[in-house]
Structures are given as structure tokens and as C-alpha cells.
Design a protein. Structure first.
Length: 428
């Protein structure tokens, strides 16, 4: 934890971290939780440490600063990941009268789980897809929104795609429907308001642990107006833990206040913009390397101590943040140059692969069973499963399972929705 709080000037502006650091120096005999009894930064709600569920001191000051930086009326620190932020946004929308939510098919599983928990009906639409998912189109969002009460989008997504947010926000405004943005991958974008979820959304999540230097699970959920803020406050209380981690809270405040690293952003563009096998999108933190075999390339890189975020058949994703060092980025460029020399890379332009649209069956009320994945071709899936990460469904609920998708699930290093090599399907 202390090794994360390295930037002294940022630290000097952090209410929670300063409280923790100063108290950790004082005599302290613990007859309270947590059970490790060590007087360090991992404490509980004490007389001096404020309380996340009814903040009056350093946590309140931190949340007010965060809201001001993010352009929100109210912001809430989360120690349970963006997942609880997505649930909270959906509940706030539900409490505001929303019953049907339009969303791209490739939304994170927290969206589908949140809808299931709250009894919200997802109105799904497809985004165009090449070798990777592409940004959602305004016309698709518009068609779906006409049959829904709110729009839920992910921006940026795991691949660095950012949809046309100004046009989409204007669409929601015209129809008088709220816009919810899952910015689990966009915590760093408050530096560039034109690309930032908070510039456009009524409710949005910043997953600061992914693209800013916060501890894992650190996130923020925010509301644009007082009215949405009130609903969000109630909703957040439903989903967050009653024992929030102080190190995570402190790191969230630190991460939001962490300075922009313009030198690194410039270096990314200088090193990779003319590299035919690497895509640098508007969201500079996700570098996509196109290769002949993503799994093998990732394995090879790991053998020399370089760990990418995830890999897919033809893709390796490298996830950066303002805390990435220029030296390591130069090293990555060198490693990619060697892959190019060995002919292991692909030109990003040649990767046009448009899969057939999903045809989903309504399986409500049908009996289900777990069967071996290897024998599941042709059966109807009774759940969502996919590669982990990126944790987007590859096989959808109600979809007829294809051989090709089974092969992808079998060759992946991490998956979700598969238990002991079995998949949940509708009984025949
Ligand atoms: C788009 C998206 N939304 C939400 C989440 C959930 O975030 P967390 O793991 O912080 O709960 C993720 C996680 O990868 C994600 O990719």
C-alpha cells in the first residue's frame, strides 16, 4: 500500500491517506477488528477514521474533492469494484422508474446480473464487430432506446473503444431518458473531458483501480444531479460492504488526484502510432497487438517476465496507466519489434472477421443441466460464458452453441460460466 502512495505532492492533498499515515505512528492497542491486530493502514471505523456510510470527516472531504474533479454533483467511493457501481447505477435508475434498459450485447456480466437482481428488462442491441468489438453505433442505440427507459453503455470498453458520446447523450436528452455509463476502464479519462463518461452521463462508474494507481477493487460511482445523487446514495448502501477497506478508500482518493502523465501519453503515440500491428485508440491506455497466435505470444512474453492484460486468438492487450514507466514502454516496443521480425504479428487492417449475429431463444421456465463443454455443440446455452478477462459473454443465454466457440473456450487460459469443464444448457 505505502509503495503505491509514492507521489508526495499527490499524497499531500489526500485526506484519507494522511489520516491513516499519521495515526499509524501513534500508540495503538487493538481490541477491535480487523483480527490481524496490526496497527497499520488497515483499520476499521474508529473515533478518528470517519465512516464511509455516513461520512463527516476525512472521507467526506475526499468524496467532495473527487466529485469536484470528476464534474459530479455527488461521488461515492467504492471498495467492491465497478461491479457494485454498476449495480448501484441500475438500482438508482430502477428507483427512478426505469423498467427496461437498452444496452449493447457485449456488456460486462455485472450489467446482466444487476438486471436480473432488480428485475430490469435488458433491451439488447449489437455493436459492429471486426476482429475485435467496435464502438456502438448511434442508430443501433436509438432503435433500442425507443423500446427502453434508459441507455446503458460501456465507455471505454476493454479494447479502448469510445462511442460517439456527444451524439448519444443528445439522443438520451431528446428522449428524456437517463444515460448510464460503465467507465470501469475509463478512470483516467477525466483528464480529457471530451472523451470522459462524466461529461455526458447522468450516472457513471470510474473503475479507478484499472487505469489509475488505486488498489484492486477501488472504484467511484457518480451522479450528475442532486436528484440522481439522492437515489444513488440509497442504491450504493444496498450493494457495498459494511466493512470497507481503508487502504482501498485511501488509494481511490490518491488515484483520482494522481496527475496526468502527458509525457507517457505522447510516448505511446510516438512509439506505436505507425506500427501496423498495434492499435492505439483514443483511449491510450489499451494497446492492442495483433498476432498470429495471441495465446502463444502471451506465453512467450510471460516467460521473460512481461505480463499482458489478456490475450485472445489474434490479440494481446497491454494495459497502461499514468504510473507505467517510459522505460518499460520502450522495452515493450522492442519486444514487439522482435515479434515483427520473426513474422509473428498481423497487420491490424487485415483482421476483418464479422461473426453472424446471435439468435437468442427465450428459455424462461425450461429445465437446465450441466454437460461437458466438449459435447455441447448444437445445444442451447442456459447461461452466459466467455473468456476471463475480458469477461464479456462469448456464448449468450439462449444461444445455440457453436463448435468454434467451444474451441475458443477450451483454449483460453481463463473463463467464466464454465464449471469443471461443464456448461449449463437447456435439457432436451
Ligand atoms: C466493462 C466492465 N465493467 C465492469 C467491470 C467490473 O469491474 P470490477 O472488476 O472492478 O468489479 C469490468 C471488469 O473487468 C468491466 O470490464
Amino acid at each position: 500500500m505505502r509503495s503505491i502512495l509514492k507521489d508526495e505532492r499527490t499524497l499531500a492533498r489526500c485526506h484519507i491517506a494522511k489520516m491513516l499515515l499519521s495515526q499509524s505512528e501513534t500508540p495503538h492497542i487493538s481490541f477491535h477488528t480487523p483480527g490481524h491486530k496490526v496497527n497499520d493502514l488497515d483499520i476499521t471505523e474508529l473515533s478518528y477514521s470517519d465512516n464511509l456510510s455516513s461520512p463527516k470527516g476525512c472521507i467526506r472531504a475526499a468524496q467532495e474533492d473527487i466529485a469536484a474533479i470528476l464534474g459530479a454533483k455527488q461521488s461515492f467511493i467504492l471498495t467492491d469494484g465497478s461491479t457494485s457501481g454498476v449495480y448501484s447505477m441500475l438500482k438508482a435508475a430502477f428507483d427512478g422508474g426505469v423498467k427496461r434498459v437498452a444496452a449493447p450485447l457485449l456488456s460486462h456480466k455485472s450489467f446482466f446480473n444487476g438486471c436480473a437482481l432488480l428485475g430490469l428488462a435488458p433491451v439488447l442491441f449489437e455493436a459492429p464487430q471486426g476482429s475485435i468489438p467496435l464502438p456502438v453505433r448511434l442508430e443501433d442505440a436509438e432503435a433500442a432506446l425507443s423500446g427502453a427507459d434508459a441507455l446503458f453503455l460501456t465507455s471505454p470498453d476493454y479494447y479502448g473503444n469510445i462511442p460517439d458520446l456527444p451524439a448519444i447523450a443528445a439522443l438520451c436528452q431528446r428522449q428524456g431518458k437517463p444515460l448510464l455509463i460503465d467507465g470501469a476502464h475509463g478512470g483516467h479519462l477525466h483528464f480529457t473531458p471530451a472523451l470522459y463518461a462524466g461529461t455526458y452521463a447522468d450516472l457513471w462508474v470510474d473503475g479507478v483501480h484499472k487505469s489509475l494507481p488505486a488498489l484492486t477493487q477501488g472504484a467511484v460511482v457518480s451522479a450528475k444531479t442532486q436528484a440522481w445523487g439522492e437515489k444513488l446514495k440509497t442504491a450504493v448502501d444496498f450493494f457495498r460492504t459494511s466493512s470497507p477497506s481503508y487502504p482501498i478508500m485511501a488509494s481511490v482518493e490518491y488515484a483520482v488526484k494522481y496527475p496526468r502523465n502527458l509525457q507517457l501519453e505522447t510516448l505511446v503515440h510516438t512509439l506505436f502510432s505507425d506500427c501496423s500491428c498495434v492499435r492505439v485508440s483514443e483511449d491510450w491506455t489499451k494497446l492492442l497487438l495483433f498476432v498470429k497466435n495471441g495465446f502463444l505470444v502471451a506465453k512467450g512474453l510471460e516467460s521473460v517476465g512481461v505480463y499482458p492484460e489478456f490475450s485472445d486468438e489474434n490479440l494481446v492487450c497491454f494495459y497502461l496507466s499514468p504510473a507505467t514507466s517510459a522505460e518499460e514502454l520502450n522495452g515493450l516496443k522492442e519486444a514487439i519489434r522482435r515479434l515483427e521480425e520473426r513474422g509473428e504479428t498481423l497487420d491490424k487492417k487485415t483482421l476483418e472477421r464479422a461473426p453472424a449475429p446471435q439468435k437468442l431463444q427465450n428459455i424462461a421456465g425450461k429445465e437446465c443441466e450441466w454437460i461437458p463443454l466438449a459435447g455441447a455443440a448444437g445445444r442451447i446455452s442456459a447461461g452466459f460464458c466467455g473468456l476471463f478477462p475480458p469477461c464479456l459473454p462469448l456464448v449468450f443465454l439462449g444461444e445455440r452453441i457453436e463448435e468454434e466457440k467451444i474451441a475458443r473456450l477450451q483454449s483460453a487460459t481463463g473463463v467464466f460460466g464454465i464449471e469443471n469443464d461443464k456448461i449449463l444448457v437447456v435439457k432436451e
